[in-house]
Ligand binder design. Sequence first.
Ligand code: G3I
Length: 379
Amino acid sequence: MQSRRTALKAILFAGVTGPVLVVNFPAAAQAATSLKEAYKGDFLIGAAINEAQITGKDARGDAIVEAQFNSISPENALKWEHVHPLPGKYDFVIPDQYVAFGEKNGMFIVGHTLVWHNQVPDWVFHDDKGDLLARDALLARMRDHIHTVVGRYKGRIQSWDVVNEALNEDGSLRQSLWYKIIGEDYIAKAFEYAHEADPQVQLTYNDYSLENAAKRNGAIALVTKLQAEGVPIMSVGLQGHDGLDWPTVEQQDATIAAFAKLGVKVVISELDIDVLPKATKEQTADVTLNIAQNPALNPYPNGLPDSVQQQLAKRYADLFGVFLKHRDAVTRVTFWGVTDADSWRNDWPVKGRTAYPLLFDRAGQPKPAYEAVIKVASR
Ligand code: G3I
């Protein structure tokens, strides 16, 4: 481990021409001023940002992003329905501001996401008569989209989530319209098109619940097949929509190790930890779920009890311990949102709950979980 973990060198100048005193403080006294500083040399620390943050309307959120993070992901701005709402009509107003925000702050800029079964308009899969497209026509549409969007930000966006959530929970390929119309090589084609559009950009396969063995095995088989075919896949994104008891530390550890063994980098791409009662049996991040409201599912409308706050902090510390152990494979840990007020968890899978999944509270203040994450880095 780096020496900064064991001692802090504080250089105190006794005057411009006076002696220089170097003091070593014990690790416990080390107080990193930000997440990005704490994990410098280990991995990037990112946040997904929303439209208010991209456009500068959320000045408080932007200040947190600028102070704490060295990577950004667009929570929604680069999804197909936003950037390419109608045939031949691209809308780059918000995406351009997103990329400019990252460049202004010298950040590692992520593109999310090119090929997904959600937030993609129906017209993409249909012809003028409303019939499903044939394979070649859909491939042509996919290629146009990828070339236009990736090409526009060539050399400015550093990493793209090329294909998102292509797997079922049992590890088989999801029967999306991409799959049904093109066939299973739609995934390889998406990566090839992205690579053509920007040969330097990092290309990622991104999915949730890969910590569960069956789905993980499906992803391992997919990555292995793509590699054997020479498809330019460089990293796997473990979304990390976690709970207090899932995934276990062992599952997280084994999952990162399994992908690292394949020679791809690992990204924790959408991290948040849910403390609310589970509203579904399955461990999922399926955005189409909408479960009825019920006060029992929203137990902390007025604030998080300290005991749960401490549980959340310990849970974050445990997971960051695993990420740090795999610092050679893990290149980035991105939180899915900035403060608890921003989180998609407030409206999923039950609308209108008060969720507490992130490191900053509704007032923009760091939570005990923030301190816990910083502390892991200073071990
Ligand atoms: O913009 C409209 C707004 O005008 C309207 O008033 C409001 C009413 O509900 O809806 C707003 O749109 C919402 C949008 O987020 C922006 O907040 C959509 O309803 C809502 O469905 C959409 O949810 C997003 C979700 O993806 C949809 O697929 C979440 O913000 C976003 O965090 C979430 O992100 C996904 C990743 O892309 C992939 N992995 C899972 C992750 C979490 O679901």
